[in-house]
Write a protein of this length. Structure first.
Length: 256
């Protein structure tokens, strides 16, 4: 009985540590993978995910709350609402955007440049750091469908998750002086060619995006690239600095 009571006393502490765990992909082995899969199966349920304090977990991983450094940036996390391709709330307890310091510093310079060129305009963040458990849930929804190309595979051995799962990527757009989002030719999370960044000219010529949307995209690309932040080929809203898969090894995966 004494042993049982002793274990129960420390159980909440152990659970707390597991919930906010991060790990190096290089150091994973078959045993760790099995344990992590078991942890994810628990935290992936809605009841358990509601108990995870994502902000505490992100802070423990060394990530920065973007608005503490860039107060003029607007944060509208789409996965904290039902306005996303999943049609459900994935971040029950998260309202702030967190990123690695190198991303926050670059975004700070982007916002300053944006205010210089277009007073009153500001960046709006739709997603930033994303827990691996949420990535798994998202990928499971699109696995085996044409939409699979738009969601990073979190199960690839040696390269788990996407850049969001390390705090290395941000999804964003621009708000005008009246806080209205600029026309970018498609909505956020649109799974189709209208969201692709390599076909802007063709999309314009085919009438699939407007002249205004074309100009807005070019403007967004320009101010982001000035700070070495680059879009994905199929998502105009997604930006990151490090582009190679091997760059993930420099950081810890957000495995909670």
């Amino acid at each position: 009985m004494r042993t049982l009571i002793h274990n129960l006393v420390y159980l909440p502490l152990i659970i707390g540590l597991v919930a906010c765990s991060t790990k190096s992909v290089k150091q994973s082995d078959e045993t760790n993978s099995k344990n992590l899969e078991e942890q994810v199966s628990v935290t992936n349920s809605e009841n358990k995910s509601e108990k995870i304090d994502y902000e505490v977990c992100f802070q423990k991983a060394g990530l920065v709350n973007v608005q503490t450094v860039i107060p003029h940036v607007v944060v509208e996390l789409k996965y904290a609402t039902t306005d996303n391709f999943m049609g459900k709330v994935l971040y029950p307890s998260l309202k702030e955007a967190y990123l690695l310091p190198h991303m926050v510093e670059r975004l700070k310079r982007v916002q300053s440049r944006l205010e210089e060129l277009k007073p009153g305009y500001k960046l709006v963040i739709y997603d930033a750091a994303r827990p691996l458990s949420i990535q798994r849930e998202m990928f499971d929804r699109v696995k085996g469908t044409p939409q699979e190309q738009y969601v990073a595979n979190p199960y690839i051995e040696g390269s788990e998750g996407g850049f969001h799962n390390y705090g290395m990527a941000v999804d964003l757009s621009i708000l005008d002086a009246d806080n209205k989002p600029l026309d970018m030719g498609s909505t956020f999370d649109f799974f189709g060619e209208e969201a692709h960044t390599t076909k802007d000219k063709q999309l314009l010529e085919a009438g699939r995006i407007s002249e205004e949307a074309y100009r807005n995209r070019q403007f967004l690309y320009t101010i982001m690239r000035e700070q070495e932040l680059y879009p994905l080929p199929n998502e105009w809203w997604h930006y990151q600095h490090f582009m190679e898969e091997s760059d993930k090894n420099k950081f810890e995966i957000l495995d909670f």
